[in-house]
Design a protein around this ligand. Structure first.
Ligand code: FAD
Length: 626
């Protein structure tokens, strides 16, 4: 057996998207020797794909905006199931995090008087998304990387070594977390994984690990997510003994490309609607006016004239229903297509060409213009796009302490899309990039303080390392089993068809039966070749995570007998105030995945006072209201 490569750090950050990088910067600034590990090349993460912008109540375009209004919008968007403390911290701290990015070198688009420009997005009462055209995530990642380089330069001056306190390990996949094997469940002691290129194993020893691994979209067939988003962090946390919450809530973004088939699911940014794009069905009707839910009726225009006027006079008109929260728009598109009023390739039409001059579209939406021209031969300055729902974001994730990002396992932290709670049952667009920065920073600080307070460092249990290695090598040691690609395709199809945008009891039960069989079949997966760059092997290891996380999603979705946000039940079509008081929590023990109810902590009264009583009546029980 080749000798195991070993490294030792104070804080390990798994993931190099916005959450991971912000966490790493904070841990390093607290003096911790910090490592960042990422599955793909440094800089390639979901965050880099983010288009529309970062939500922060800076009030640059409309001075009526404030953290209180942002908090209200976030709670409404999440249908009051949000962890309200997270929503409060997020709304309060997002502006500071955006301004801080400028000190790192970010260059946002500007208003005419030179402030950071902010654009409209669904569910946000005021223009709130700071942006860089439709390539905001790229600027965010570029800037955070630049900050990391500047910290490394400081270390070079001080220690003669750029990587003394901040080192990046790219194209490295973590397969298991390692604990110290103590009786009481143990503390985090490090992480185990492999170099994707050589397949060689590595053990990282560290008393604190921050998960920042992003989402789970690759378990669904039609998704805006890229190959990396296989729910690794969710599964690592579960196997280490932490719990996940809100896993039934998956965001299906209303507008993904539907054609040609090779690009189905690729995102069409919400900025298209924010900048005036309208949705029409095959009859040419702007159908969203038929889908304004009761809870939003006073906030959205009920006729085209008022909706159109809003773009130039927001003080005296209500916003158009194309800007309803994503769950509402996705369901409406789904219903239109089902009713036979869809576009030729099974979507609906999204048109910005009738609102903005061609030059303005090319300026504001350069990536969308390029994407449609290159991939579908559609010129969005003159033609409508065809769009439909695509699996985009998971609201559920590791249950964390809002202030520090700590999980229930000592030494384990989570931030960004892999964590749960902040967005409740549905995330508002733009609230992820701000979430990454606010809670990435908090998790970095939380982990640093934890390490500083330790009296002794936990020792890695060598048995766990041996077990992690054996699990990773298992697919090579079996013969005659199936290949991982077949299983992955079947998993994606099942999740898409049976636990997708509209759910029914019988279908979810069938999904769970199929998942059981897939799990059995996965036990005897076989991969050809050897450990050097072997995509089949990588997928076999990712599949273990996808199956575990998919089971959490399906079990939680089956239990929640109401419709709320990113969880729509055909057989329970309404929201139920009693269910808002309950969170579903997933754990794993020797008997497998367990999903249980847990009471939601009641919202602090000063935060409740930010809402009208009539609005609260739509969400709260009469007992709570009294
Ligand atoms: P990610 O950026 O997803 O990064 C995850 C990191 O974890 C990667 O480095 C990956 O390599 C690493 N990783 C994963 N598993 C492992 C493993 N096992 N071992 C080692 N490393 C691992 N949100 C907004 O707020 N505004 C927008 O405009 C917006 N637009 C979007 C557009 C698109 C196309 C998409 C897909 C999403 C968009 N979002 C947007 C959502 C937002 O981009 C993501 O939710 C967010 O970037 C997630 O950031 P993160 O730091 O949590 O994880």
């Amino acid at each position: 057996m080749p000798e195991l490569e070993r490294h030792s750090f104070d804080v390990l950050v798994i993931g190099a998207g916005g959450a991971g990088l912000r966490a790493a910067i904070e841990a390093r600034e607290h003096g911790m020797r910090t490592a960042v590990l990422c599955k793909s090349l440094f800089g390639k993460a979901h965050t880099v794909m983010a288009e529309g912008g970062i939500a922060a109540a800076m009030g640059n375009v409309n001075s009526s905006d404030s953290w209180q209004v942002h908090f209200r919008d976030t709670m409404r968007g999440g249908k009051f199931l949000n962890n309200w403390r997270m929503a409060e911290l997020h709304a309060q701290e997002a502006p500071q995090r955006v301004w801080e990015l400028e000190t790192y070198g970010a260059l946002f688009d500007r208003t005419k008087d030179g402030r950071i420009s902010q654009r409209n997005f669904g569910g946000h009462e005021y223009p709130r998304l700071a942006h860089v055209g439709d390539r905001t995530g790229l600027e965010l990642i570029r800037t955070l990387q630049q900050k990391i380089v500047s910290l490394q330069q400081e270390d070079f001056k001080e220690f003669g070594n750029y990587e003394e306190r901040l080192r990046v390990f790219q194209e490295f996949t973590v397969t298991d977390l390692v604990k110290d094997g103590a009786e009481n469940g143990g503390s985090i002691a490090g992480a185990f994984g492999y170099w994707r290129e050589s397949g060689r194993f590595v053990l990282f020893e560290a008393p604190a690990v921050i998960l920042a691994t992003g989402g789970i979209g690759k378990s669904f067939k039609v998704t805006s997510n890229s190959w990396e988003y296989t729910g690794d962090g969710h599964a690592l946390a579960l196997r280490a003994g932490a719990s996940l919450i809100n896993m039934e809530f998956i965001q299906f973004h209303p507008t993904g490309m539907v054609w040609p088939p090779s690009v189905k699911g690729i995102l069409v940014t919400e900025s298209v609607r924010g900048d005036g794009g309208v949705l029409r069905n095959s009859d040419g009707k702007r159908f969203m006016f038929d889908y304004i839910p009761e809870v939003f009726k006073d906030k959205y225009a009920d006729n085209e004239e008022e909706g159109d006027r809003w773009y130039t006079d927001q003080a005296n008109n209500r916003r158009p229903p194309e800007l309803l929260p994503r769950d509402e728009v996705a369901r409406a598109i789904n219903s239109e297509v089902k009713a036979g009023r869809g576009s030729p390739h099974g979507g609906v039409f999204l048109d910005v060409s009738t609102r903005l001059p061609a030059e303005e579209i090319r300026k504001r939406l350069p990536s969308m213009h390029h994407q449609f021209k290159e991939l579908a031969d559609v010129d969005i300055t003159a033609q409508p796009m065809e769009v439909g729902p695509t699996c985009h974001y998971v609201m559920g994730g590791v249950e964390v302490d809002p202030d520090t990002g700590s999980s229930s396992v000592a030494g384990l932290y989570a931030a960004g899309e892999v964590s749960g709670g902040m967005h409740g049952s549905n995330r508002l667009g733009g609230n992820s990039l701000s979430d990454l920065l606010v809670f990435g920073r908090r998790a970095g600080a939380g982990a640093a303080e934890y390490v500083r307070a330790l009296e002794s460092r936990p020792a890695v249990s060598e048995d766990t390392v041996t077990e992690a290695r054996a699990t990773a090598l298992k697919p090579f040691q079996q013969e005659g089993g199936e290949n991982p690609y077949t299983l992955h395709m079947e998993l994606q199809q099942s999740m898409n068809d049976l636990v997708g945008i509209i759910r029914r009891q019988a279908e979810m039960e069938e999904a769970l039966q199929r998942l059981e069989k897939l799990k059995e079949r996965a036990q005897s997966l076989t991969v050809e070749g050897h450990q050097q760059f072997n995509p089949g092997w990588h997928l076999a290891l990712d599949l273990r995570n996808m199956l575990l996380v998919s089971e959490c999603v399906a079990k939680a979705a089956l239990l929640r007998t109401e419709s709320r946000g990113g969880h729509t039940r055909d057989d329970h079509p309404s929201m139920d105030a009693e269910w808002r008081r309950k969170l579903l929590v997933c754990n794993v023990d020797e008997n497998g995945v367990r999903v249980e109810e847990k009471p939601q902590i009641p919202i602090r009264s000063d935060l409740l006072d930010l809402f009208d009583r009539t609005e609260l009546e739509k969400y709260l029980t009469s007992e709570e209201l009294s």
